[in-house]
Design a protein around this ligand. Structure first.
Ligand SMILES: [Zn+2]
Ligand SMILES: [Zn+2]
Length: 383
């Protein structure tokens, strides 16, 4: 290790992350092998993993960093409490760095810039952190007294929520050592690296479904590990949306929890991007990916292919706009007309169905064309 690298080590983080990781991969298996693991230890580990993981995704990320919904003081407190227990710094610092990540993604001002390598984006930026944090982008959070209390007394919050409380719960269930190893150290390490996978894996592997110009990608495995944060291409393209997996079947428990909170009146003003905007972004990404791949080589039918593609894209864009227009027209009529069986309403609904059908047919032709030029259906432009 040269002296410059040695000097840039953040020793506090280096020792903390090194020690927790070592205990998690060595101490926890030895403990389980020697003592076995009880149902209460598994239950506590599951509770703490979910509570702290969800507080990072729903609280730190979607509530505080992106303001994708509004909620009540109870959820704010729980997010700050269990978020502190994840040992990922105060939300004031976390959100500031995360907003910079979105604003300056893939540049030197991106705190976890993937262009500096997979390891750097994963954890190197924490172990060798030497940049100063500019809090000017979190002035909205500064107005919240509880957020600032968590920031100023972060160690107290983190130790109380992340170590003391699980230890007391372990003591109460007769497994203090098991709680310290599993629900504290093992859980902290698991949640750390799951979160860090978003910065590393989701900027390296997967599919840039909605924007081929930034490194953010959708990755299903990270979505499973992080309660839905793996749809990272979508998230970078639409960061103000409270969902990361926007389709109902996308694995995004954080989105389901926010929707549930809204249902019981504990959350409101959930921000959603319209499906037409999402589809339009996806079509642009697909078109640009094909153009990029065709332009890379002297494809024998390149010019003809580009012309066909351009024509299909214009058709598709037009069909999407027509569908959207009919949906808006139908919604307007629904608001205006009280009698829902009205013939006007029926014919407007038929126009929506027809426009949708037409879009889907052209979309199928489009997908076949794309597969022809991108056999692996890869949108990546980095290879
Ligand atoms: Zn990102
Ligand atoms: Zn984000």
């Amino acid at each position: 290790m040269n002296s410059q690298v040695f000097r840039s080590i953040n020793w506090r983080n280096f020792i903390f992350f090194g020690a927790t990781f070592a205990v998690a991969i060595i101490g926890v298996p030895i403990y389980i092998y020697a003592r076995g693991v009880s149902a209460s230890e598994i239950a506590l580990f599951t509770f703490w993993t979910l509570a702290t993981g969800i507080s990072i995704t729903v609280g730190y990320h979607r509530l505080f960093a992106h303001r994708t919904f509004k909620t009540n003081p109870i959820i704010v407190f729980l997010s700050l409490f269990f978020g502190a227990a994840a040992f990922e710094e105060s939300v004031f610092q976390w959100a500031s760095q995360h907003r910079d990540h979105h604003k300056y993604v893939d540049t030197e001002r991106d705190p976890y810039n993937i262009k500096q390598g997979f390891f750097y984006a994963h954890i190197g930026w924490i172990l060798f952190r030497n940049h100063t944090i500019d809090f000017s982008n979190v002035k909205d959070l500064q107005r919240n007294k509880l957020i600032m209390h968590q920031h100023r007394h972060y160690v107290l919050w983190a130790l109380t929520a992340g170590v003391l409380l699980p230890a007391v719960m372990g003591l109460a269930t007769g497994h203090l050592l098991g709680a310290l190893l599993l629900s504290v150290v093992g859980r902290i390490t698991f949640v750390h690296h799951s979160t860090f996978f978003i910065n590393s894996v989701c900027h390296y592997f997967g599919r840039p479904t909605y924007d081929i110009h930034v490194s953010a990608k959708d990755h299903w495995l990270v979505a499973i590990l992080t309660n839905g944060e793996g749809y990272h291409s979508f998230h970078h393209r639409f960061p103000s949306d409270y969902r990361n997996g926007y389709k109902w079947y996308h694995w995004d428990p954080s989105k389901w929890l926010i929707a549930f909170l809204a249902r019981i009146g504990w959350a409101e003003d959930l921000k959603r991007v319209s499906k037409f905007h999402i589809l339009a972004a996806r079509l642009v990404a697909e078109k640009e990916a094909v153009e990029y791949h065709l332009s890379k080589e002297l494809h024998p039918i390149r010019n003809a292919a580009l012309e066909t593609l351009k024509g299909r894209y214009e058709q598709l864009k037009h069909a999407l706009q027509t569908w959207e227009t009919h949906v808006k027209e139908y919604a307007l009529l629904c608001n205006q007309l009280s009698n829902k069986s009205d013939a006007i309403l029926k014919s407007a609904f038929e126009r929506v169905q027809n426009a949708r059908q037409q879009f889907l047919e052209i979309r199928n032709q489009w997908s076949r064309s794309i597969q022809q030029y991108l056999p692996s259906f890869s949108l990546s432009v980095s290879s």
